[in-house]
Write a protein that binds this ligand. Structure first.
Ligand SMILES: Nc1ncnc2c1ncn2[C@@H]1O[C@H](COP(=O)(O)OP(=O)(O)OP(=O)(O)O)[C@@H](O)[C@H]1O
Length: 633
């Protein structure tokens, strides 16, 4: 059965086994020796847990060194029962559930064999008891029953009586001897009083085999399962049902951690935390109207009074050449509209034979937004009227649109250096009505103003009236309406770089955008932090739960579960947890108005991360280290 030839095992120069050759043909076999003599090392080689040594070890003619991981799982599932020190049972499960662990891999009816074993080992009354409530002897019987459930050719036990009192130790010894009548039993022990009857004894001393007493025991190999044992989806579901029920606490903590992480991420990504970043600009728009995005381009203007007071001797007039800019910016994508700026005085408008005097405000026209019709076509005699004037004339917006109106008034000619009012007149078709209101904040209160002399004629009209006013080389002022605060600043800087000073609230908008930028950076940082912390929190809970289940995963490996089978079991568990988490996330999403798809996607992402982490832990468990298998554990 086992044939070991010249086995030498060293641990970093220290020899644990030296040139050991032996053969085990069946029956009861004891491996004895002082502490540190190499017993456990030999056991690990026999059970194929350790495949790094010099020499050759064969089991039924197969070289143990050449077994693949898959072969090993099959070996554990069908050929070898292994009882490590410390019983290696799954504490949360009942006796029955523990014994049934290997049976999920096969399709055979296990119930009959289970009741036979419970009876044979004298533990039928304990079947539904949790194993953590059992005594040491009872636990050892459950461990033996579970291994016998596989109907193995060989049963290996590492110090099976070490933790038991003398009476129980002898009962277990007798049990193993009776099992040895049907299969090969190999026991490592310190307790030589166990050695009775016809058995083989191998004694080690400092790694050297010093005694090899062979009993005449040969066990007939009974028929082995050739079935490729693996976990099917059905058995994985059944098994997850059992383990899930017993490990509810751990699984619920994972569900909760994943749900909290997914909800935090959903809230984070839905932009609820970023909402305040554009609030400051929105507030400005509400107070002052859309005209905050206006850039007024004029050929000349006078600097503010403040500057004049500080520097009384310095002339404050600014002259600039804006010719050509109108054409340049006419079709710019960043611009919502270009509005001609026409300060006209003493205006009287005639509509349907009725004259209306337009009251002067002394302010330049202020364009907020078009509320009916459209901006005047610069090639035609068209004009946009302020809604306040239309109201004063007693018309509705719809009634006045398209009407032909006559205007008379004056325009100042500054060619001589002094303002000379020049009479003008023109007719124009009404192309649109504009809201010309704007707000100014006084003592925290916003007051709104609107002037009826905010007229917006086309370029064609402007050219006509400047000709009438006999202006030499007339230059036409106009307002650029940017389509966003970002483009407003871009256009402002571009014009300044050209040496043109546009009039507008650039500094205020720059401040607000700077604020927004800072807010975005801050919210970006806090977003990243929330993402990292949420995922880390969920991963930590899974890590802790995964580590708490390491012994359980090691038991699965020794019962013959392949890594793929353990991944499948983990997948089934996580699918269940994903559904629970999904329910929680959906409720949170509904309560916080987070898009459902976002909640589900993030829930899936978090679950996938946690699943991957748990798979990593469950498949990388080394039964040698996870279960105590000798002095070195
Ligand atoms: N993983 C390891 N790393 C380093 N040395 C080891 C390792 N495992 C065993 N050894 C060494 O190999 C020798 C044999 O150890 P082994 O555990 O096989 O002895 P043992 O007879 O089973 O002892 P005990 O009865 O105390 O369990 C010892 O000197 C031990 O220190």
């Amino acid at each position: 059965m086992f044939e070991l030839k010249n086995i030498t095992k060293t641990f970093g120069g220290e020899v644990a086994l030296k040139n050991v050759s032996l053969s085990i043909t069946g029956g009861m076999n004891y491996i004895i020796g002082a502490s540190g003599s190499g017993k456990t090392t030999l056991l690990r080689i026999l059970s194929s847990m350790d495949r790094q040594y010099e020499g050759e070890a064969f089991y039924c003619g197969r070289n143990l060194k050449e077994l693949s991981d898959q072969d090993c799982s099959q070996f554990y599932a069908t050929e070898l029962g292994f009882i490590a020190q410390g019983f290696h049972l799954i504490d949360e499960l009942t006796v029955r559930e523990n014994i049934l662990v290997p049976t999920y891999l096969s399709r055979n009816d296990s119930e009959k064999r289970l009741s036979m074993l419970l009876k044979k080992l004298g533990i039928e009354k304990l079947a539904d008891q949790k194993v953590r409530t059992l005594s040491g002897g009872q636990k050892q019987r459950v461990a033996i029953a579970r291994e016998l459930m596989k109907d193995p050719q060989v049963l290996i036990a590492d110090e099976p009586t070490a933790a038991l009192d003398a009476k129980t130790a002898h009962e277990i010894g007798a049990l193993l001897t009776s099992i040895a009548k049907e299969r090969t039993v190999i026991v490592v022990t310190h307790d030589i009083s166990l050695i009775q009857g016809n058995c083989s004894v191998f004694e080690l001393d400092k790694g050297v085999l010093i005694r090899s007493d062979k009993g005449d025991s040969t066990t007939k190999a009974h028929s082995r399962s050739t079935e490729n044992l693996r976990l099917t989806m059905r058995s994985a579901l059944r098994m997850a049902g059992v383990t899930g029920k017993r490990q509810m606490g751990k699984l619920l903590s994972i569900v909760l951690a994943m749900a909290i992480a997914a909800s935090c991420l959903a809230v984070n990504f839905s932009g609820m935390l970023n909402g305040s970043s554009s609030e400051a600009f929105q507030e400005l728009l509400e107070k002052q109207g859309n005209s905050v995005l206006n850039l007024l381009l004029v050929p000349s203007f006078t600097s503010g009074g403040e500057v004049g007071k500080e520097n009384p001797g310095v002339p404050q007039g600014v002259e600039q050449d804006i010719s050509g800019l109108l054409e340049e910016y006419q079709n710019d994508d960043r611009i919502e509209a270009i509005i001609m700026d026409a300060p006209m005085e003493d205006m009287v408008v005639t509509v349907d034979g009725k004259d209306f005097i337009i009251e002067e405000s002394g302010q330049s026209p202020n364009f907020n937004q078009i509320i009916a019709g459209r901006i005047a076509d610069n090639s035609k005699n068209e004009i946009v009227l302020p809604k306040i004037l239309v109201k004063k004339m007693g018309y509705t917006n719809e009634e006045i649109l398209g009407k032909e109106l006559s205007f008379v008034g004056s325009v100042y000619n500054w060619d001589s250096g002094k303002p000379v009012a020049m009479p003008i007149s023109f007719t124009a078709k009404v192309s649109g009505i504009a809201d010309t209101s704007y707000g100014i904040e006084f003592d925290g209160k916003v007051e709104r103003f609107e002037h009826e002399d905010s007229l917006f004629p086309s370029l064609a009209i402007m050219k006509d009236i400047y000709a009438q006013a006999e202006k030499e080389n007339p230059s036409f002022s106009f307002t650029i309406r940017a389509d966003s605060p970002e483009h407003f600043l871009e256009l402002y800087d571009e014009l300044m770089a050209k040496g043109i000073v546009p009039l507008g609230q650039a500094e205020l908008i720059r401040d607000i955008m700077g604020l927004k930028g800072t807010a975005l950076v801050q919210s970006g940082l806090s977003s990243a932090l929330i993402v990292i912390l949420s995922v880390l929190a969920a991963l930590s809970v899974c890590l802790v739960c995964g580590f708490m289940r390491r012994k359980e995963y090691a038991v699965y490996r020794l019962c013959g579960y392949t890594k793929n089978s353990i991944v499948l079991l983990t997948l089934v568990e996580y699918t269940g947890m994903f559904l629970f988490t999904g329910l929680f996330s959906m409720i949170v999403a509904l309560l916080l108005s987070v898009p459902l798809w976002l909640g589900c996607a993030l829930n899936f992402g978090v679950s996938a991360f946690c699943f991957a982490e748990t798979c990593l832990i469950s498949t990388s468990v080394n039964p040698l280290t996870a279960l105590k298998t000798g002095g070195r554990g």
